[in-house]
Each structure stands twice: as structure tokens, then as C-alpha cells.
Ligand binder design. Structure first.
Ligand SMILES: Cc1cc2nc3c(=O)[nH]c(=O)nc-3n(C[C@H](O)[C@H](O)[C@H](O)COP(=O)(O)OP(=O)(O)OC[C@H]3O[C@@H](n4cnc5c(N)ncnc54)[C@H](O)[C@@H]3O)c2cc1C
Length: 404
């Protein structure tokens, strides 16, 4: 069995690590020219399968928390808090020894997943061919590679999926009717401390009665011990968000910031402080449209999908990468037991993988869509994130050693 992996991110790299441990040969092709060539995103929560994942990967990877924790150098547990007007105090989840959550900085996570992997950078797959004897991928640079299987770990706009289903991303993806304005800012000293106290890793403020919700996250703490890089997303229900003439497509950074400041003016001062500290230059210029994907069926053969290419979902439950990891764990085990030259065996293995992956994936996509931060919330509703039920989270003062 020789596996051609298209996409060197969460899904593709974790599959490669599992295959490396299982002794299955593979090649990984990534369109990015280098690890630094594209912004990787901010931070994601890894939970539930932390131990299983580390066991499935080779022993030469450092510990996930040591290598990727966005709170370093602070010894604080990952913590996500939710503030809902009308509900006393805050609720949330926090990493515990029994149910660890690691909030991984995205660039560090990709580096960790890349440990000792021969990633072929600058290899954009343009075309695929397969038959009962084997499969091949063809790159933009005119070269090609041959193997027994092609795994499409190429994300939400997957070309592998388009090849497999003969349907474009535009045709398959659902638009989430939610407009978002995104900002970034670096804070120091007391301002940084107050953000950590609101939620070490992130906090959400849900105010559907006022027509908006926002997510505020720590991208990463800085090594100086008193500063952090923060990001936020201010979201409003908006059925027209994907329209080409939507106002957010032409608005200036200052206009977007003014909109957020105006709508958030009646919020508690502490919870709107991050917006007020963000300069207009910290507002993202590109518009953001959330999309998700529900696939009912996939053909079973030498081409298979994994991660967002199969089940892209909104991030409101923090589960997209978690499901990409589960896909990798299951697919690698099946492929390691399959003779790549035996087309009947390949089809049987992929059919088994697809059945479980599609059912789990569709459920996760629907749950994540229903958790849409812009939707009205019953103040007493049971909410989950990182696969945990939100529970009352006492407010604990933080002492930053260098400020003490
Ligand atoms: C703001 C935000 C917050 C999130 N927070 C969380 C969270 O807290 N927890 C969580 O579990 N999930 C979270 N997610 C979801 C998570 O990021 C995705 O589910 C995960 O990245 C999917 O991994 P993937 O490998 O399938 O796809 P991707 O990460 O999209 O990677 C696809 C890769 O394929 C490459 N590629 C694409 N086309 C080609 C081609 N033709 N040839 C070669 N290479 C190609 C791309 O360059 C990319 O590197 C979040 C997502 C967003 C947007």
C-alpha cells in the first residue's frame, strides 16, 4: 500500500504520522510554497483524543502540550468561557487532568504535526487519475506521482472532492447566514491580564436579543510573560452575507470597527474592552463567509476524503480538527491492513471508512451549525464545547509574575 496524501495540514499530516507509525509508505503534497507562506489561523482546542492521538503517532514527536500550547510561558489550563446576559456569572470549560484540553497555536501545531515528515512543498495537485490498477496525481508544475490510494485532505474547497463527485465547492457548500468582522490586537500588562481573567484561552459573549455575538480568543501569549496577541470575531445574523454587493466587501477598516463599537456600546465595559483597544489597522480587510458541507454518500475506491474536504463545519463547537484526527486514526488502521494491489480489498476498506466517517461527520456539521453563535439561546440551555458540557466557572484573579 502506497498512499498519496493531498494537503499538508491537520488532516493530511496526522494521517501521515499514523501511517509512519504503522509502517505504511506515503508521500505528502502541499500547495503552500513553505510552512511560512500562508497564515495558518489562530488557535484550536484539541481534546477528548489527546492520549489516543499521541499513542497513534511515532514516539519522536514531542508532547503536544509542550510543543503547541498557546498559553506558554504561563502555567494556566486552557479555558473557554461563555457570558450570557440574564445568566448569573459565567459558564465554560477548563482543562483538567481527567479531561485535558490543549489549546494549540496553529503554526506550532502544523510544525508539531510535521515532525520528521518528508512534506513536498509547492506541489499543487491539479488532476487525478485512477483505475483498478492504481492512482496518480498531477501537479501544477508539470510533475506527477503514482500510488495505490489518493487521500484528499485538501480542505473545504477540495479539488479531490470535485474530481470524485464532479461537483464544484460552490455547488456543494452551504452558506451560514452570519456576517463576521474580525480584529487582532496585541495587549500588555493589566489589559492582557484582564483578557486572561475573562477566559484564559477564549470567551464568547452571546447577546441574540441585541442581534450579535462575539468570540474573543488568545492567539498566543508572548515570551515576555506580560503580553498576548488577541483576536476577535463579531457576528450578526445576515442572510445576505455572501452577496457580492454586501456592505462588508467594500467597507473600510475604520467603518467596520465603528460598526462594532456602536453595537457593543451598551455591553458591560469589561466585555467590550478588546474592541476598544483594537486599532482600525487591526481589522481584517477581507470579508469572512462561513460555509459548511453535508455529504450523504461517497464512492468507495482508490480516492478517499478526510477532514474538511468531507465534512467542513462551522467552528462554534470547536470540532473540525477533532473529526479530522478521528478520520486519520480510522483510515490509517484500515489502510495498514489492506493490500493496495487488491481493488476489491481497497473498495471494502474505503466503504467501511466512508460509512462511519460520513455518519459522524454529518452529525458534527449539523450540531456545529445549530451551535451558531448568532442564534437565540435559552439562558438555561445546555451548551457544549470541546466535547464537554459547559459548567459554572468561578472568576479567578490572575497574577502575572512580572506584574506582581
Ligand atoms: C476560525 C476557526 C477556528 C477553528 N477552531 C477550531 C477548534 O477550536 N477546534 C477544532 O477542532 N477545529 C477548529 N476549526 C476547524 C479546523 O481548523 C479544521 O477543521 C481543520 O483545519 C481541517 O483540517 P484539514 O486538514 O481537513 O483541512 P485544512 O486545514 O484546510 O488543510 C487543507 C490543506 O490542503 C492544502 N491544499 C488545498 N488544495 C490543495 C491542492 N490542490 N494540492 C495540494 N495541497 C492543497 C492547503 O494548502 C492546506 O494546507 C476552526 C476553524 C476555523 C476557520
Amino acid at each position: 500500500m502506497h498512499v498519496l496524501i493531498v494537503g499538508g495540514s491537520v488532516g493530511g499530516l496526522s494521517l501521515a504520522q499514523c501511517l509512519r507509525k504503522l509502517g505504511v509508505t506515503f508521500e505528502i503534497f502541499e500547495r503552500d510554497a513553505s510552512p511560512e507562506s500562508r497564515f495558518q489561523g489562530w488557535a484550536i482546542g484539541i481534546h477528548t483524543i489527546v492520549d489516543e492521538l499521541q499513542e497513534a503517532f511515532p514516539a519522536d514527536l514531542p508532547k503536544l502540550k509542550d510543543a503547541t500550547d498557546h498559553l506558554q510561558p504561563h502555567d494556566l489550563p486552557a479555558q473557554m468561557a461563555v457570558y450570557i446576559p440574564g445568566r448569573d456569572g459565567r459558564i465554560g470549560v477548563e482543562s483538567t487532568p481527567e479531561a485535558p484540553i490543549i489549546r494549540s497555536e496553529r503554526f506550532r501545531l502544523r510544525q508539531w504535526l510535521s515532525t520528521n515528515l518528508p512534506i513536498q512543498w509547492g506541489k499543487r495537485v491539479q488532476r487525478i487519475e485512477h483505475d483498478d490498477q492504481g492512482a496518480a496525481v498531477y501537479f501544477e508544475d508539470g510533475t506527477s506521482a503514482k500510488g495505490d490510494m489518493v487521500v484528499g485532505a485538501d480542505g473545504i474547497n477540495s479539488m479531490v472532492r470535485e474530481y470524485l463527485l464532479k461537483r464544484t465547492a460552490g455547488d456543494l457548500l452551504n452558506v451560514i447566514p452570519l456576517a463576521a468582522i474580525v480584529g487582532e490586537v496585541t495587549l500588555t500588562g493589566e489589559q492582557f491580564k484582564r483578557q486572561l481573567e475573562l477566559g484564559h484561552s477564549a470567551y464568547v459573549y452571546m447577546n441574540p436579543a441585541q442581534g450579535f455575538a462575539h468570540f474573543n480568543g488568545l492567539h498566543y501569549a508572548l515570551p515576555d510573560g506580560v503580553s498576548g496577541r488577541h483576536y476577535w470575531m463579531f457576528m450578526q445574523p445576515d442572510a445576505d452575507v455572501a452577496q457580492p454587493d454586501h456592505w462588508l466587501r467594500s467597507a473600510t477598516q475604520q467603518e467596520k470597527l465603528d460598526h462594532v463599537l456602536k453595537l457593543s456600546a451598551s455591553m458591560p465595559p469589561l466585555l467590550r474592552e478588546l474592541f476598544e483597544l483594537t486599532p482600525a489597522s487591526g481589522i481584517k480587510t477581507e470579508p469572512h463567509v462561513w460555509r459548511d458541507l453535508e455529504l450523504e454518500a461517497l464512492p468507495a475506491g482508490r480516492v478517499v476524503l478526510l477532514g474538511d474536504s468531507a465534512h467542513a463545519m462551522t467552528p462554534f463547537r470547536g470540532e473540525g480538527a477533532y473529526h479530522a484526527f478521528i478520520d486519520s486514526l480510522r483510515l490509517s488502521k484500515l489502510l495498514s491492513k489492506t493490500d493496495g494491489k487488491d481493488i476489491a480489498a481497497v473498495k471494502a476498506a474505503v466503504a467501511e471508512y466512508n460509512a462511519e466517517m460520513l455518519e459522524r461527520g454529518v452529525q458534527a456539521v449539523q450540531n456545529s451549525r445549530n451551535a451558531d453563535s448568532g442564534k437565540p439561546k435559552d439562558p438555561n440551555a445546555k451548551l457544549t464545547t470541546a466535547n464537554q458540557l459547559l459548567r459554572p466557572l468561578p472568576q479567578v484573579p490572575i497574577v502575572l509574575p512580572k506584574l506582581a
